[in-house]
Design a protein around this ligand. Structure first.
Ligand SMILES: Nc1ncnc2c1ncn2[C@@H]1O[C@H](COP(=O)(O)OP(=O)(O)OP(=O)(O)O)[C@@H](O)[C@H]1O
Length: 277
């Protein structure tokens, strides 16, 4: 199942956020969306999930305009983890995870196959079995984030859109969450598109990175191609040194203090680099 953005532009009052974006995303791959605050990463995910409509162009699921697909049908294929996506209402953890089965329920709320084993498995894999009777407002931010992912797991989508999934999580749970997503990606051929602020995690988990800058895709490619000091400087106005991860064959970004003043133009060397990608 393939997702694509065809000549997408999007504006908010007084500001063009995304301009003429053409990108496609293939099944079984993990894509990381990177870029500075406010560049339009969440907006891109919202367009991909049909939550927002573009001002121009179309988001397509296997060639179909996403905005024309009924929500319940779309939810069987595409699941979204939004920033702060779960409202702290009075439901228990297990009740919330069960809500992930909504796209499969008849109008009476039932299903032909008992979803209970699936729900218990998702709770277990997110380390939530002991918390299943707790109410959402009694959980920490990290625990809530794990509940949100367990809910998506029982939704059994073919495409997973994650907006900053590691927010609130300590390093142990950040890795556990991304390991879970990757295991799921590999075993089910899931297409994953994740907005990630942590460039080092992005390099470890993404097959491809898409770097946004000033409404456009500045670079797209394997982490080694995109995580280059000049690209990072352009996006974040920050100096960076790239080293190899000592155990994995991926780049890691070492930051140096001090923000660089920029005139907002691409340097000659960067332009040459972008052309090479
Ligand atoms: N409903 C809205 N009305 C006005 N402006 C909006 C609206 N939604 C988003 N924006 C603006 O659009 C821009 C892109 O927002 P978006 O949330 O996509 O950025 P982002 O790259 O995900 O940022 P962050 O890294 O801070 O989460 C921002 O400048 C934001 O202020």
């Amino acid at each position: 199942m393939e997702l694509s953005l065809c000549n997408i532009s999007y504006s908010v009052p007084g500001k063009r956020i995304l301009q003429n974006i053409n990108e496609s995303f293939k099944p079984g791959r993990f894509y990381g969306i990177i870029g500075p605050n406010g560049v339009g990463k969440s907006t891109l995910l919202k367009l991909l999930s049909g939550i927002e409509k573009p001002e121009q162009g179309e988001a397509r699921l296997d060639g179909r305009d996403i905005s024309a697909i009924p929500r319940k049908e779309l939810a069987r294929d595409v699941a979204v983890l939004q920033q702060g996506g779960l409202a702290p209402v009075g439901f228990t953890v297990k009740e919330i995870v069960r809500m992930g089965r909504f796209p499969y329920q008849s109008w009476l709320g039932g299903e032909s196959v008992d979803p209970e084993p699936l729900i218990n498995e998702a709770l277990e894999s997110m380390g939530l079995t002991g918390l299943q009777h707790r109410r959402l407002h009694q959980l920490s931010g990290g625990e809530r984030q794990r509940v949100a992912l367990a809910k998506l797991m029982v939704q059994q989508p073919r495409i997973l859109l994650l907006d900053e999934p590691t927010t609130y999580l300590d390093i142990g749970y950040q890795l556990q969450l991304l390991d879970n997503v990757r295991a799921w990606q590999k075993s089910e051929g899931l297409l994953v598109i994740a907005v990630l602020h942590d460039l080092n995690l992005a390099a470890m988990y993404a097959d491809e990175l898409i770097a946004l800058h000033e409404g456009k895709v500045l670079a797209r490619g394997v982490p080694d191609a995109v995580l280059q000091p000049d690209l990072i400087e352009t996006m974040y106005e920050t100096r960076a040194t790239i080293i190899r991860h000592p155990e994995l064959d991926v780049p890691q970004v070492m930051l140096a203090p001090g923000v660089i003043k920029s005139n907002g133009l691409l340097s000659r060397s960067l332009e040459a680099h972008v052309r090479r990608l």
